[in-house]
Design a protein around this ligand. Structure first.
Ligand SMILES: [Fe+2]
Length: 275
């Protein structure tokens, strides 16, 4: 558990950077997009938006999985090098393309792999929904019991629950097959508590926002390729990579917006049938 006594008494500013799919090779691309270049373009946009006071500098960076495409040590180190200057405090967890052991072994700062981050008014719970060798997600019994225990411990804190896989269908047939399979068990835990304000994930490579029983639900564009919304089969969409900014207010309200690096030029392979 990670406690931050200096987080201030005001709004907590969060940056979500997701699905960077980085590789060992600096020039590798995913369907025509060089993933290190697209991440850099997104991070440059963050800097520009901070300088232009579009949103404040982040207090915390959430890296919500698929940081690496090839689960290489070099990919994780690159991600760390590029994001550290922007925000030294971050939380990472695995997506289906990551290898938790390699990822956690790649950094000396093990605080980045904490599962709970507590601030004055909020707590973030980071769950590992990855299943080794599988694309879909599942929360192990240990993750579900940790979720329940942490929520019960601090009913006074507003909570944002973070995981890689989507726990609700998003109307895309192929993606809905590879979401969180034991979502009923997940929501059974959440529904016992009234301090959960939001659930946020990666994996679907598109902007998504909804609400369930008063709990806000968010997903965010990848920093590389985007998947076409509402598609029955695999399809990519020719729109810019992006990130999400979230303002977690002391009263439990969440303000959030997605930003896209529209200046980033890339030559996306629109005919691809998979990645
Ligand atoms: Fe991904």
């Amino acid at each position: 558990m990670n406690m931050d006594k200096n987080a201030g008494s005001g709004t907590l500013n969060l940056l979500q950077i997701t699905d960077s799919h980085l590789t060992k090779d600096s020039k590798s691309d995913l369907l025509g997009v060089v993933t290190r270049d697209s991440l850099d373009a997104v991070l440059k946009l963050v800097e520009k938006n901070i300088a232009g006071q579009e949103h404040p500098a982040p207090d915390f960076l959430l890296a919500s999985g698929d940081i690496a495409q090839d689960a290489s040590n070099e990919a994780y180190q690159y991600f760390n090098d590029e994001t550290e200057a922007l925000c030294s405090k971050s939380g990472w967890f695995s997506g289906n393309h990551d290898d938790t052991l390699v990822m956690t072994g790649s950094l000396s700062d093990k605080a980045k792999f904490s599962k709970v981050f507590r601030f004055d008014h909020w707590q973030l719970i980071l769950l590992d929904s990855s299943v080794k060798g599988s694309v879909h997600g599942e929360l192990a019994a240990s993750e579900l019991s940790l979720l329940e225990q942490v929520l019960a411990e601090r009913p006074d804190l507003h909570t944002l629950v973070c995981l890689h896989h989507h726990p609700v269908d998003i109307g895309s047939v192929w993606l809905d097959r590879i979401g969180l399979h034991n979502r009923d068990e997940f929501f059974k835990v959440l529904d016992k508590f009234d301090n959960v304000r939001g659930v946020i994930w990666g994996h679907i490579h598109q902007e998504w926002e909804s609400e369930r029983n008063g709990v806000r639900l968010f997903a965010t564009p990848s920093t590389c390729i985007q998947f076409l919304p509402k598609s029955s089969g695999f399809a990519v969409e020719n729109i810019a990579p992006g990130y999400r900014n979230l303002s977690l207010h002391t009263n439990g309200q969440i303000e959030s917006r997605v930003y896209r690096a529209d200046d980033f030029k890339f030559d996306l392979d629109l005919k691809s049938t998979g990645y």
